[in-house]
Design a protein around this ligand. Structure first.
Ligand SMILES: Nc1ncnc2c1ncn2[C@@H]1O[C@H](COP(=O)(O)OP(=O)(O)OP(=O)(O)O)[C@@H](O)[C@H]1O
Length: 242
């Protein structure tokens, strides 16, 4: 396995409170890495550091053995191929589904007029991947909550990211939509892409994750496959048993 991102001894502090307190993890290409844990464990803060929203106090988050993302700007991180889908869908409702994906590809809607073949193909392929190709010309505001989640995935996919960060991708989705999202995330796995999923839905995580890290109070409590996670007494005590 080739590491995409190596998080080493990460510490994030808000005032005197340590939201992340010496956390380390290796995120590999070709895998879906899930980060689970109770509310307030530090999962979103971890994604914030990887995507440049929040600064680390100490430690490092190194991409491809070269770039320390904890010292890079949000723009540089996104341009370097690390893209994040936030928990709440934030699509542009008045724009069409396809226009939203053009925006996700980067550079704004003017890129559409530029009409470069590679761009067009990426936009179309992203819409097909998430199953929204037939809705491409509809205003995004007409999509259901689940479809908006998929549209956001298409928006980040359209830039062909090497690292995809998904923050609670099935929150608020129906059982059927969760099934579809699981199939979608599995289909996104590729040897030159690493996927990180933060999610509370254990059934979903079990379906998609190659590796699971359990976070608790800013630290890594346990790492392993779901069967081992479910059987670990500490994990049951702080998270699953609740
Ligand atoms: N900007 C901030 N200022 C102060 N405290 C913060 C800030 N951001 C997060 N925190 C605190 O850091 C801790 C970790 O928060 P975080 O959102 O990363 O947890 P989480 O594991 O994602 O939780 P959830 O599952 O509820 O989304 C929480 O106690 C939170 O209140």
């Amino acid at each position: 396995m080739t590491p995409a991102i190596v998080v080493d001894s990460l510490v994030v502090q808000f005032g005197s409170f340590r939201a992340i307190d010496g956390f380390s993890v290796v995120i590999n290409y070709g895998e879906v890495q899930s980060v689970i844990g109770p509310n307030g464990a530090g999962k979103s803060t971890l994604l914030d550091v990887i995507s440049g929203v929040t600064r680390a106090r100490t430690g490092s988050v190194v991409l491809d053995g070269q770039v320390d993302l904890s010292r890079s700007s949000q723009e540089a991180i996104a341009a370097g191929g690390v893209r994040r889908k936030f928990q709440k869908p934030s699509v542009f409702e008045a724009l069409t589904v396809e226009e939203n994906v053009w925006l996700g590809r980067g550079g704004g809607l003017w890129r559409r007029q530029d009409d470069r073949l590679a761009d067009r193909e990426h936009v179309a392929a992203s819409l097909r991947t998430v199953g929204l190709a037939e809705r491409a010309q509809e205003p995004a505001g007409r999509l259901s909550h689940g479809e908006k989640q998929w549209l956001e995935i298409a928006m980040v996919l359209s830039s062909d990211p090497k690292v995809l960060l998904l923050d609670e991708p099935v929150a608020g989705l129906s059982d059927e939509e969760r099934e579809r999202t699981a199939a979608l995330v599995k289909s996104l796995r590729s040897p030159d892409r690493a996927i990180v999923v933060v999610e509370h839905d254990m059934g979903f995580v079990e379906k998609i994750a190659d590796r699971i890290t359990v976070m608790h109070e800013g630290r890594s409590l346990f790492e392993g496959p779901m069967a081992a996670v479910r059987n670990d007494a500490r994990v049951v005590e702080v998270y699953l048993g609740r």
